[in-house]
Design a protein around this ligand. Structure first.
Ligand code: FNR
Length: 380
């Protein structure tokens, strides 16, 4: 099967990955209400069809945090990507660099910061969680600084992890010990292409940034235990002052869904915020990002760069999010599926699809530049 759309990559990922990995990417928290809302509310956004506006020359470039981007998108931090394809974070970072958009490396990636830095030529973004051990955080920040990471994305919507039932059903979570390992091994054995590419040749299977602090190997089976034990639920706005003081470059707060919290990010002196509910993976039942975005953009959009993610599965969705008030859009599952389905070439193709679909959407709404995509384009 050849992918013609991002949803085709989802299907390819389903075929290629062992279920415990596919469901980890694809799933959300609890009954997955918010996961569905993200997609459905965005799909419901109707645009005005406009005609005869000379759309022969379209400019899809933009600028975010002083960086010129070929498209108004970035690859959102997605944990464990090195398990979706061999050394997957490096492959995705290369595809993003070639396409002229930022790649954001997750704290809980398989490839550590330096491995990704060695794989690309330009700086990339780094995402950090609040971890109990502040010395460890400082070390990670120092490493990100040393490698010239061009933005720090600090994720605030995960003081505790949301329960994702699919992970229990597949044995990815809650199945420790030999039986759990055998269960996952059994699934992997039925996906030989993945078993060869990642299982055998994609090692080490550790959380690259975290392994050193644990002074040894840490298998993916331990991920959830580590998150529970080391993420810091005592985090408050006060703690972020420490971060603002430590990180002089662009600081982007990810996981804001409420106008009051958006105002706090401005007070903190952050450069950007991401309207996000973690792709419906945290509190199920919260608003979709398509609905949360407009009031936030309205309240703080003139003082801070408002980005968004959640449910974006096409270039048309990117245009919808920009019309709702975002200055840039982060892609999460879109690139995870493409990486699993086609490696670096898959991510590169996915970004070309986004661009092509954006161009069609702009042409048919009579808009010729990213700056021209405004609320005015909304049909209702
Ligand atoms: C994520 N997300 C995420 N966010 C983050 O800040 N750090 C992380 O390590 C991860 N890991 C992660 C793994 C997987 C498999 C997924 C699907 C998501 C959330 C991600 O950055 C983004 O907010 C959502 O994925 C956006 O929603 P869509 O585009 O996937 O619908």
């Amino acid at each position: 099967m050849k992918a013609a759309s991002i949803l085709d990559y989802r299907e390819l990922a389903r075929r290629r990955l062992p279920p415990f990995l596919f469901e980890y990417i694809d799933g959300g928290a609890y009954a997955e209400v918010t996961l569905r809302r993200n997609v459905e509310d965005l799909e419901r956004i109707a645009l005005r069809q406009r005609v005869l506006h000379d759309v022969s020359a379209l400019d899809v470039t933009t600028e975010l945090f002083g960086q010129k981007l070929a498209l108004p998108v970035a690859l959102s931090p997605v944990g464990l990507s090195g398990m979706y394809a061999r050394r997957g974070e490096v492959q995705a970072a290369r595809a993003a660099e070639a396409a002229g958009v930022p790649f954001c490396l997750s704290t809980v990636s398989a490839c550590p910061l330096d491995e990704v830095a060695r794989g690309v030529t330009k700086p990339f973004w780094f995402q950090l969680y609040m971890i109990r051990d502040r010395a460890f955080m400082r070390d990670l920040l120092a490493k990100a600084r040393e490698l010239n990471c061009s933005a720090l994305v600090f994720t605030v919507d995960m003081p505790v992890p949301g329960a994702r039932y699919r992970d229990y059903r597949t044995g990815f979570n809650g199945a420790p010990g030999l039986m759990g390992t055998l269960w996952r091994f059994w699934q992997a054995a039925q996906h030989p292409a993945w078993a060869w590419d990642v299982g055998l040749n994609g090692r080490p299977h550790v959380l690259g940034n975290v392994a050193p602090v644990l002074k040894g190997k840490m298998g993916f089976g331990d991920l959830f235990g580590w998150v529970g034990a080391n993420f810091d639920p005592s985090i408050s706005w006060k703690d972020l002052e420490f971060l603002r003081a430590e990180w002089k470059g662009p600081l982007i707060i990810k996981g804001v869904l409420d106008v009051e919290d958006a105002r706090e990010t401005v007070k903190l002196g952050a450069d950007g915020l991401v309207v996000s509910n973690h792709g419906g993976r945290q509190l199920d039942g919260v608003l979709s990002t398509a609905r949360a975005l407009p009031p936030i953009a309205e309240a703080v959009g003139d003082r801070i760069t408002v980005l968004v993610d959640g449910g974006v599965r096409s270039g048309l969705d990117v245009v919808r999010m920009l019309a709702l008030g975002a200055k840039g859009v982060l892609l999460g599952r879109a690139w995870a599926y493409a990486l699993a389905g086609g490696g670096q070439a898959g991510v590169a193709h996915m970004l070309r699809l986004i661009e092509a679909e954006m161009r069609v959407a702009m042409a048919l709404t009579g808009v010729t530049s990213v700056a021209g995509i405004t609320r005015d384009m909304l049909a209702e």
